[in-house]
Design a protein around this ligand. Structure first.
Ligand code: BES
Ligand code: ZN
Length: 952
């Protein structure tokens, strides 16, 4: 229901009465194209399906005609699984033209007519247009007998129909099973980045913002949802109903959404009056309550933080049974994978809760970053995704401090560093042309590096100034599009709107005049500085050399797997230079010192003599630090003497950087391992888990390679070293979030290493659970461990598979599926893959994570890889090239390889795919990763072996 109290801050334009202001702001953002070329050089143009010349040869649409408003009518039939639809697009002609180019994919266009303003005024019927189709570019051309005149508006009416799509894109079907065993179908859209064109012919580029008035016809057993609140429902002859929705705000096509389903919902009202509802399949209704609480809190938070109202009167969050990614931020109608929205207190763990909270926080942040202000083109998708990811940190820290999200954020930065320190990485702002390239842009770099450099900038500017800048950016570009540079300008604007000016200087309320001057100087730097982080790929390494009170700093490009002595190292360093806002603290004071390292080398003077310096305080910077000379030894000594002298996040970053430096050949593995020795006294759980993570990783590497002596010794070392803390763990869900995560991690490790007390307890719980016919509530944090131990017997495995079929909790199903994938029996693993390919018991949406999990199992790695090689064509029928699942399948089944033979095999496979026309960025990433693994083992296996011998 619309809330009349809310003052809408947008300007809807319907009919032919759009204001000139709107035209100007649209036009100024377009660039001109080679429009007249058509007449000059017909040979350069492609051929349409019917053999005629298609009048446009570029992937990007021309800008002579722009859309203002879409009237869209859709009637899906959930029995025949198709839809009929029609639309009227009101367009503005900017340059006279004889054709209109639109996007359209897999749609049957039945009829197209055109009316001028005059035709409409005198109610003259539309003139029928000829339609040409060029599927390679997913475009259609409407040919106009007489030229459309510049500065006039026209209305294009199109009737079309299509099947509901099979996969996860466009307007597709999704099914679910009820408790009673009935299978039901719903119809749902998922458009980002380039799939709106599968649902209706449109100008499917983010810059073509328009208003949409949507009508959905449905049966009375269903409901229809769309971006906006419903205005009315009309009853039609024959019992069908037609829902009319309010006209949307001005927005990009990829954010349009509609759903026809029979779901139930829970609703609440945010402080500002927005009605928030969570929708799910009827039997899953009981799992929707946490999402409602979280989304209300988070919506309140964002409205306050951004000082901009969420502009719609309602916000729906819907759990879709078949969903390719994690969630999608359609304006007012956010769609989620069930496991990203539903929370089942009986089976969802503390990590599951954090995930649900994060995803809601992420998608709600997009309602501002992405929906209100959209990137001009997909090359800057990081402006959407990096910001939404960064805002997860800001909002979850305030709304759910008990989830202690901070340390996870740090981990996220570490994850992308792995990727960004390979030569195959790419700049944040990167060219993207084809649909496949555009899909590939949704990667760790855009999301995680984007978020991490924003966090670094916030730390540099101060929270207050950063926040002011982003609010300025959001307000300035509302209902419009922005690019990289616009963001930096907003963050550097000499005078932000709320500052007062006098005598040519800006004075912000809380700063003294002299502070303001310093701030101004910093302002100038922002754009220059951020260009070094967004336009060049990679991550810098800061090398610190302390000599007395003098600190010599040097920056270089950090490369994982390429050593300084390698011949290619020099060339890979050329022309890389960052403006690095470094911070450091010393052994003699708690103060945080700041400096901008802009040149290759620099020298700093310490105020006093100190035994150690620690750079990158709290790990807020996106760089790795190496301490030359006695630097590392001094820090290790401090950790051993009293680790609490260093801040917890600094301890985490020391562990992280040390092991990264080992991969880059700058630190020996035994030095990094020596650093972890202090961990038995570590009081911070995230730091302890970070150390444990590396030791576990080495265990898995050697186990996969069958290096049994090292594997055995490592197992011995881990169990001996962590025994006291393992034995302290209880098998229940008590304690803080990190207590619970420590418990889950330690017991998982202990059972994996066959630690007898762990296996015994897990077996006991599993038997009790089976005896109770799955009714017994096992503590959620150990659920996955108990299932995994249970899955090791045939009876347990079969029972788990039966429970998988019955369970209504996505969180539980994920845990069961993981457990099933840890079986040591290849025929069982193969059975899982078959079920995943069939897509009934194990849904297609879960196939990629399943293959990934099987490939992590030493007994499944070869099986999963062979399967992918042999079934590539089948996999491509299920998922688009460049999509999340395809990339996950490739990297998940190959990037752990660590031998030359494996590298060769993977290379050959990729070559064959390239020969078939499939080329993905992930191929190069995988090849580099495998080469890096090979090198790591060659160098470090003997060191690891020796270190263990002296340590156990
Ligand atoms: N906008 C994306 C959804 C998306 C992903 C569209 C890939 C097109 C291609 C959405 O906001 C998103 O980022 N979803 C994430 C979840 C998030 C919490 C990291 C996802 O799907 O994994
Ligand atoms: Zn996102």
């Amino acid at each position: 229901m619309a809330n009349s109290r809310r003052k809408l801050i947008f300007n809807i334009s319907i009919g032919f009465y759009c204001s000139a202001v709107i035209q100007i702001c649209i036009c100024s953002q377009f660039t001109s194209s080679s429009i007249d070329q058509f007449n000059k050089d017909r040979g350069a143009f492609p051929v349409a399906i019917n053999g005629e010349i298609f009048p446009w040869h570029e992937l990007r649409l021309p800008t002579m005609v722009i859309p203002l408003h879409y009237d869209l009518f859709v009637h899906p039939n959930l029995t025949s699984l198709d839809f009929v639809a029609s639309e009227k697009i009101e367009v503005l002609v900017r340059d006279a033209t004889r054709f209109i180019i639109l996007h359209s994919k897999d749609l049957e266009i039945m009829n197209v007519t055109l009316q001028s303003e005059e035709d409409l005024r005198y109610r003259r019927p539309g003139r029928k247009l000829t339609v040409l189709s060029y599927p390679a570019h997913e475009q259609i051309a409407l040919l106009i007998p007489e030229k459309l005149m510049a500065d006039l508006r026209y209305s294009v009416a199109i009737d079309f129909r299509a099947k509901l799509a099979d996969g996860f894109e466009g307007f597709y079907k999704s099914t679910y099973r009820t408790l009673g065993g009935e299978t039901r179908t719903i119809a749902v859209t998922d458009f980002e980045p380039t799939q709106a064109r599968m649902a209706f012919p449109c100008f499917d580029e983010p810059l073509f913002k328009a208003n949409f008035s949507i009508k959905i016809r449905r049966e009375s057993r269903h409901i229809a949802l769309s971006n906006m609140p419903k205005v009315k429902t009309i009853e039609l002859e024959g019992g069908l109903l037609e829902d009319h929705f309010e006209t949307t705000v001005k927005m990009s096509t990829y954010l349009v959404a509609y759903i026809v389903c029979d779901f139930n919902s829970v609703s609440g009202t945010a402080s500002s009056g927005v009605k928030v509802s969570i929708h799910a399949a009827p039997d899953k209704w009981s799992q929707t309550h946490y999402a409602l609480e979280a989304s209300l809190k988070l919506l309140d938070f964002y409205e306050n933080y951004f000082d901009i109202h969420y502009p719609l009167a309602k916000l729906d969050l819907v759990a879709i049974p078949d969903f390719e990614s994690g969630a999608m931020e359609n304006w007012g109608l956010v769609t989620y994978r069930e496991t990203s929205l539903l929370f089942d207190p009986k089976t969802s763990s503390t990590s599951d809760k954090l995930w649900v909270t994060r995803v809601i926080a992420h998608e709600l942040a997009h309602q501002w970053f992405g929906n209100l202000v959209t990137m001009e083109w997909w090359n800057d998708i990081w402006l959407n995704e990096g910001f939404a990811t960064y805002m997860e940190l800001i909002s979850v820290n305030v709304t759910y401090p008990e989830l202690q999200f901070d340390d996870d954020f740090l981990d996220m930065c570490f994850e992308v560093i792995k990727r960004d320190s390979l030569n195959s990485s790419h700049p944040l702002s990167n060219q993207a042309e084809t649909s496949t390239h555009i899909k590939e842009m949704f990667d760790a770099v855009s999301y995680k590096k984007g978020a991490c450099i924003l966090n670094m900038l916030k730390d540099f500017l101060s929270e207050e100034k950063f926040k002011k800048g982003i609010i300025h950016y959001l307000k300035k570009f509302s209902y419009r599009n922005a690019k990289n540079d616009d963001l930096w300008s907003s963050l550097s604007d000499d005078c932000l709107e709320s500052d007062s000016t006098s005598g040519g200087f800006c004075y912000s309320d809380s700063k003294t005049a002299s502070n303001t001057l310093t701030f101004l100087r910093e302002n100038v730097k922002v754009k220059q500085m951020m260009a070094t982080w967004t336009l060049q790929k990679g991550i810098p390494l800061v090398v610190v050399n302390q000599e007395g009170r003098s600190l010599r700093l040097q920056q270089e490009r950090f490369l994982n797997g390429v050593f300084k002595e390698d011949p290619e190292w020099g060339a890979l360093q050329e022309r890389y230079l960052w403006h690095i806002p470094v911070t450091y603290s010393t052994s003699s004071s708690n103060a945080i010192h700041r400096h901008i390292l802009k040149s290759k080398t620099d020298t700093l003077d310490l105020p006093e003599k100190t035994s150690w310096v620690k750079f990158n305080v709290d790990s807020n910077g996106y760089y790795i630090v190496h301490y030359e000379g006695r630097g590392w030894d001094q820090l290790i000594t401090q950790l051993n003497q009293n680790h609490t002298f260093l801040r917890p996040k600094d301890r985490i970053s020391l562990i992280h950087d040390a092991f990264q430096l080992v991969s880059a050949g700058r630190l020996t593995l035994d030095k990094a391992l020596d650093l972890t020795r202090y961990l038995q006294h570590e009081t911070s759980i995230p730091a302890l888990l970070k150390g444990l993570e590396y030791l576990e990783l080495f265990y898995h590497i050697t186990e996969r390679r069958n290096v049994s002596d090292v594997t055995e010794n490592l197992k011995h070392y881990l169990l001996q070293y962590f025994k006291p803390v393992i034995d302290m763990q209880s098998w229940c869900d008590e304690g803080s979030v990190w207590d619970r995560r420590l418990r889950a991690a330690l017991l998982k490790l202990a059972c994996y290493l066959n630690h007898a007390p762990c296996i015994q307890k897990a077996t006991e719980l599993f038997s009790q659970w089976m005896e109770s016919s799955g009714k017994l509530n096992i503590p959620t944090d150990v659920l996955k461990i108990v299932y995994s131990v249970g899955a090791q017997t045939t009876a347990g495995w079969n029972y788990l598979l039966e429970q998988y079929k019955l369970s209504l909790s996505g969180a539980e199903k994920n845990k069961i599926l993981y457990a099933l994938s840890t079986s040591k029996h290849q025929e069982k693993l193969m059975k899982l893959i078959e079920l995943g390919m069939e897509g009934k018991v194990i849904k297609t949406q879960d196939l990629a994570p399943l293959l990934h999990a099987i490939a992590r199992n030493p007994k499944g790695q070869q099986l999963a890889w062979n399967f992918v090689k042999e079934n590539w064509i089948h996999l491509l029928k299920k998922f688009e090239l460049g999509s999340f699942p395809i990339r996950m399948i490739i990297s998940g089944t190959t990037s752990h390889f660590s031998s030359k033979d494996e590298l060769q095999e993977v290379k050959l496979f990729f070559e064959s795919l390239k020969a078939q026309g499939s080329h993905l960025e992930i191929f190069q990433i995988v090849l580099e990763t495998i080469s890096k693994n090979i090198k790591w083992l060659e160098k470090n296996l003997p060191i690891l072996r020796n270190w263990l011998l002296i340590s156990i």
